[in-house]
Design a protein around this ligand. Sequence first.
Ligand code: GUN
Ligand code: ZN
Length: 443
Amino acid sequence: MSVTALRGRIVSFKDDPFAGASADCLMHEPDGLVIIRDGRIEAVGPYDALCGKLPDAAIVVSYPDAIISAGFIDAHVHYPQLQMIGAYGAQLLEWLDRYVFPAELAFADAAHAGRVAKTFLRELLRAGTTTAAVYCTVHPHSVDAFFAESERFNTRMIAGKVLMDRHAPPALLDTAERGYDESLALIRRWHGRGRQLYAVTPRFAPSCSPAQLDAAAGLLRQADGLFLQTHLAENLAEVEWVRTLFPGSSSYLDVYEKAGLVGERSIFGHAIHLREQDFCTCHRTGAALAHCPTSNRFLGSGAFRLFDALDPRRPVRVALGTDVGAGTSLSQLATLNEAYKTAQSLGHPLDAIQAFWLATLGGARALRLDDRIGRVAPGYEADLCVLDLKATPLLAFRTGFCDSVEELLFTLMTLGDDRMVRATWVAGVPVYDRDRGDDARFQ
Ligand code: GUN
Ligand code: ZN
């Protein structure tokens, strides 16, 4: 049995900082030790108290001037869109036609899918993200390419084949029946294999016929623990289109609810233009919303009302998503920076403890994985990221003036991006080390 330990400043969470006093929810160990045995965290505590318990053969890796955190969780991202991230000048519907669909057409080539999946996984790890809910394309081999790469790193990932049978180029369309059959085969191949989990993935209501939405609900009944991911109320023109396509539904979310797609493993991206009734539906059903602030600002979609969603009278589970390629960064630090600015524009500052909770344990809770990921705590899977407090000259200078761990975290999320990630560990293995040479950087 192999024992490894990480020494450094540890930050993690005990509870939900939106539900109580946020400082009480924080676990902070200024000089801590994380002991890992066979991919899981065995013990966490002060270095002085724990170092005597290490077996002689244990390897201890020290990270001075750094914060050891649970790996980040990205609840909404499109790996095929890495090649057109940062595409100029259009809002959602035109942006899909002009940039996204052409990029996804290239995934007819399985070798292309393999190359992009490889780059994407490495970029996630470079950003300190160890779990993501990922959209592939309509091509089943795009899902194989992604999970094969995830399996190589042993990352805990959620992904699925996009379902769409209308309103896109013909080469990107499936049918309700073919989408069902291909998804079922992928579920049987990948769901629960190692750390891989499957998400049934109807792209959004405008690209799915009512028959396809029904088929998606049928897929959810085929195995335990399946996820449902889709887009919801992102853009006003999209909301209006859904109203005309589904005249019998009382809201965009109601389209999904009538189809049987709203439940406790449903993840809805964006959810900007919701009414109170929709938040109540999410609360009642336990569905999660993915807040994608860099994307929402980039496409000019609007501002997600985070603190309305989290209203303690009927709290909705919220996770954080990058939504690359509409999102402009795979870094959850950069995403938190934008989440803070969005919250400010709505008159409600997001503090650093709340922010880091969203990127770690809060995200895990929203995805119903908080019994195994999202915390630095005994029994948890050892997915960790190490954030370098001296990553840039400005950060090193600024953190020299920080008086508290809250201020350190807030500075990290304000100035931070992938440069701050010193190392990423997956199931107890150091899979990414920024400071190794090019060839050795990834395991
Ligand atoms: N709505 C439907 N498809 C997409 C997509 O790929 N990205 C975003 N941001 N919204 C969508
Ligand atoms: Zn998206």
